[in-house]
Every structure is written in structure tokens, then in C-alpha cells.
Ligand binder design. Structure first.
Ligand code: ATP
Ligand code: MG
Length: 293
């Protein structure tokens, strides 16, 4: 075991002990500790308070420049939230903070009501059930579509040597289901390198889905896609909604129109407006920042 894993294990044991103690106190007082950072088992995220993700007053500066400035955000379980905003608004940095890539200078970030994201490292956050899709697809080009999904599943299971790993029937069914979802069932035996840009993006989303993430963060998922691929991606996201919570950052407004319920507009590192796409597009402040840059 690596020192990192040892350290993570010790910390998990410590926070479990603290959580148990907090629970005992809570039972006595009849309430829940507001500052509790109980670590749920992977797959168990406490959403009883109606939130899968909760950011409050989060700020981060790079060399004195405030990229995120007192950002607060609330995402409900099963929600598909769209985030828009001009270049440099802080959208990607916000995802960096949620996934533990960047530590904020101040603020609060919770996954469900008990998991304090700021106490976890990037790899732990992925294990806890937050999947992230970067803009550029990173599939293994020489492997087939099926092998890519198989590998993602194994990596998730922590199988160090994949040589002796055989998929059980539930795992094979899961891959078959994902292949259908991402519309690559008929391309399962093709090398990933031969796929179109859009298909590679779907494959990468499929690889994330093998981990069954509770929350999926997608940064500009349709950039570079054809109109047809963009439409199919909208259908895919709509079909994922409900079972997963999705936070989608995009500049493509017709895509946003197809998938969105609530749209959050970020500007200068904080929320400028929030509402339906029609509402935010009619907002003078939003028009100003889009026209002014
Ligand atoms: N690691 C970093 N070091 C220094 N500055 C950074 C760093 N990461 C982001 N920034 C700056 O923070 C601001 C927000 O950047 P960010 O990438 O989050 O914007 P964005 O909303 O994702 O923009 P885009 O729509 O162009 O992708 C930018 O001014 C960027 O230059
Ligand atoms: Mg960005």
C-alpha cells in the first residue's frame, strides 16, 4: 500500500470515528451536526436535504486574480444543470474545485449533506462518485470500444492485474447497457481510434458511467461535434437525468435550449443570473456581459 493510500485510509477511519461520535451527540440533541463531514460508503451520498452538491461562498485567487469569487451553487439530486458564461468566467475552475484539482482559499463545498469535498483528494472524490469529463476525449485509441469500457470497469474495481480478471454476467450486462446508451453497440469491436470525434466523446462518457457516478461534470461536451452528434448527445444527457445528477458547461446555446431546465450564468467567478434559458437571456446584466466581451 502506498503512503498516500495509508494516509487516506487513516483519515477515513478517523472521520468515521468522528462521524459515529457526532451521530451519538446528534441523537442526544435530536439534531445533525452542521459541520459534520461524515464519509459515506462509496455509492451512498446523503441527499435527504435535497442537495447532491452544495457550494457556498467559494473563492480562489491565482496570483491575486480572483477566478472564483464568493460562488454559491446548489444542485438537486437527479438534476441536469447547465452552466453558461463568457470565456474566463470561472466555469472550468469551478469544476476543478468540486473535483479536488484546485483547493479554494475559502468557502464550503459539500457532496450530499455529509461529505466535505475540501477534506478529500482528487482520487478520493472520484471514488466517492463524482465523475468528470474534460473537453478533450482521452480514450485508448488502439483498444476496441468494448475494451475501453472493460478497462474503465476494471480500473474502477481496483484490479491491478487485468490478465486474470473476467467480467461476471452483471458486469457484461452493464457494459452492454452502456454501449446501447452511448449508441456504440454496433461499434463495440472497432478500435476507438477509428471513431469520429463525437463517438469518442460518447465512449469517454460511457467509461465514466462504468463507475456509476452520482454526479457527472461535463465541460463543453459538444464542442467540435457535428449537428447530428450534438442532437444525439442531448438525447443521451436527457436519458441520464434522474439516475445521475449532471452539471453541463457549454457555449452552444441551441444545445443548452434542448437540455436545460435551470441555467446558471457565471461571470467573474460568481453567479450573475439563474433561471430558464429564456429568463437569463432576457436579463440585462447577462446581455451586457455577452455583448461587452
Ligand atoms: N491555474 C491557473 N493559474 C492562473 N490562472 C488561472 C488558472 N486557472 C484558471 N485561471 C484563470 O481564471 C480565470 C477563469 O478561468 P476558467 O478556465 O475557469 O474560465 P472558463 O469560464 O472555463 O472559460 P472558457 O469558457 O474559456 O473555458 C481565467 O482568467 C483564467 O486565466
Ligand atoms: Mg473552461
Amino acid at each position: 500500500m502506498t503512503p498516500d493510500l495509508l494516509e487516506a485510509g487513516t483519515r477515513r477511519a478517523e472521520s468515521r470515528r468522528a462521524a459515529l461520535q457526532a451521530d451519538r451527540l446528534n441523537t442526544a440533541s435530536g439534531g445533525r451536526s452542521a459541520s459534520g463531514s461524515r464519509v459515506a460508503n462509496p455509492g451512498e451520498v446523503d441527499v435527504t436535504h435535497g442537495r447532491i452538491l452544495y457550494l457556498e461562498n467559494v473563492s480562489v485567487s491565482f496570483d491575486g486574480f480572483k477566478a472564483i469569487n464568493k460562488l454559491s451553487l446548489d444542485i438537486a439530486p437527479g438534476e441536469l444543470r447547465c452552466i453558461i458564461g463568457p470565456n474566463g468566467a470561472g466555469k472550468t475552475t469551478m469544476m476543478d474545485i468540486i473535483t479536488g484539482k484546485t483547493r479554494p482559499d475559502e468557502g464550503t463545498a459539500f457532496f450530499g449533506s455529509t461529505i466535505d469535498l475540501l477534506r478529500h483528494k482528487e482520487a478520493e472524490i472520484a471514488q466517492l462518485g463524482i465523475g468528470r469529463k474534460f473537453q478533450k476525449p482521452t480514450v485508448f485509441e488502439q483498444l476496441t470500444v468494448f475494451e475501453n469500457l472493460e478497462l474503465a470497469l476494471k480500473t474502477n474495481k481496483g484490479v491491478a492485474s487485468s490478465l486474470f480478471f473476467k467480467l461476471d454476467s452483471a458486469q457484461s450486462d452493464r457494459i452492454a447497457h452502456i454501449l446501447t446508451l452511448i449508441r456504440l453497440a454496433s461499434s463495440a469491436s472497432r478500435p476507438a481510434g477509428s471513431l469520429s470525434h463525437g463517438q469518442k466523446q460518447w465512449l469517454e462518457i460511457g467509461m465514466l458511467l462504468t463507475q456509476d457516478p452520482k454526479l457527472l461534470l461535463l465541460d463543453e461536451p459538444v464542442a467540435g461535434m457535428t449537428d447530428d452528434e450534438t442532437e444525439r448527445t442531448a438525447e443521451l444527457f436527457l436519458s441520464l437525468k434522474g439516475q445521475h445528477s449532471l452539471v453541463v458547461v457549454e457555449h452552444d446555446m441551441s444545445f443548452i435550449r434542448t437540455i436545460s431546465e435551470i441555467v446558471t450564468v457565471l461571470c467573474d467567478g460568481s453567479v450573475l443570473a439563474q433561471g430558464t434559458l429564456d429568463e437569463v437571456q432576457a436579463d440585462e446584466r447577462v446581455i451586457e456581459v455577452y455583448l461587452g466581451r
